[in-house]
Design a protein around this ligand. Sequence first.
Ligand code: SF4
Length: 469
Amino acid sequence: MPPQTLVDKIWARHAVTVLDGNETLLYVDRCLLHEGFWWNIVDSLKSRNLAIHRPSNIIACSDHFVPTTDRSGGFGAIADERRRDLILRLETEGAELGVNVIGMMDERQGILHVVAPETGITQPGMVIAGSDSHTSTHGALGAIAFGIGTTEAMHVLATETLWQLQPKTMRITVAGRLPAHATAKDLILTIIARLGIDGGAGRFVEYAGPAIEALTIEERLTVCNMSIELGARAGTIAPDETTFAYLAGRPHAPSGAHWDAAVDFWKTLRTDDGATFDREVSIDGASVAPMSTWGTSLDQTIPLDAPIPDPAAEPDSSKREAQARSLAYMGLHPGQRLRDVPIDYVFIGSCTNGRLDDLREAAAVVRGRHAAVPAFVSPGSRAVKRAAEAEGLDRIFVDAGFEWRDSGCSMCAGANGDTLEPGRRCAATSNRNFPGRQGPGSRTHIMSPASAAASAIAGRIAGAAQVPA
Ligand code: SF4
């Protein structure tokens, strides 16, 4: 057998049949759904008189529309009827259909892409499909994971399979180590800034190299999460001892003899020497610095110390026009140093950076200081929230003037009503910065938890190194 990539190996194990040497009927191990698309997918299923083939493989989670302020009143306290109905429909109908519902009042509740890894639902070697583009997150554990549309999700629910074209592959090797002041978020922002938002266009990306191997699983989840912003279909990292240690003992992970067999198999999930990719890119980990977006596209990202670019210096006319539009929307001007830009608000959370390590990273900056602007933390799951409270992180944030909220997607997309007022500028740890992402007219700067925390203290965009005493 010729040398295979990690993606090739997982793909081949899941291929039920292949048409014309390319189109593959792929077995899907897990399907992840949230309340925003549940109704549409299930209506499509019912309209064709189809049933869910194996409900135990479907995980349905309330995350996008749930309130993050006060849930003590339960569903009845959600004032917005549409949001309440979407959540209730997923939770009541999901239970009737026998799928794994993780509802708003469930102790396991959180963002799908936080909950599935932390409960061990996500495992190496799986094919995971989800009704959300950031399903790519789960590749951090050595799975193939990607977002799908409504029709595809219906097909998965009815058959546990999906027709897919054989993917093009790409490897991004990160050599060396990240500097002490740079984070996994800075790394993926650097990758997107250098390669562009189409740098991974349609490919399944494998992240490799010493700097990737040195990352914790939570950091790997951040990197794979934003593969979508690179234009990739999925991002994955070969499972290793770090992966096995993370999964051991989690509720849905194998146990006993099943664990030993699983680890033996997972150890085979590595790209063979000599395997070829459709594209290979190398990055020096030591060159990564704290980064933030300045514009309305993820490739409009620069180091915090750098000046905002001048569109006049951009030779590509479409990029030049895009930069000019971004400057106008964001209320910035060329040459302005990014870390001098005043902000109005800080959001720490999301499926990119709402995990325990992220909150530790932010709390380390915030400890003993006070926020100069309104700021809040929404842990990525209730389990993250409990663990953070057990360490006293909530007190650090509250003492610094931050709000300490409940878990959900929150101000990442604002679907639950956590939005910014028009024209307000937010330092955010989420993953998208297009116009209106955090509410109509909102201005978003995407950065790491450490930089968002430093920005809250400084009242302007800042890195942890610049935070005032
Ligand atoms: S946190 Fe944001 S990116 Fe992640 S699933 Fe929720 S809305 Fe999507």
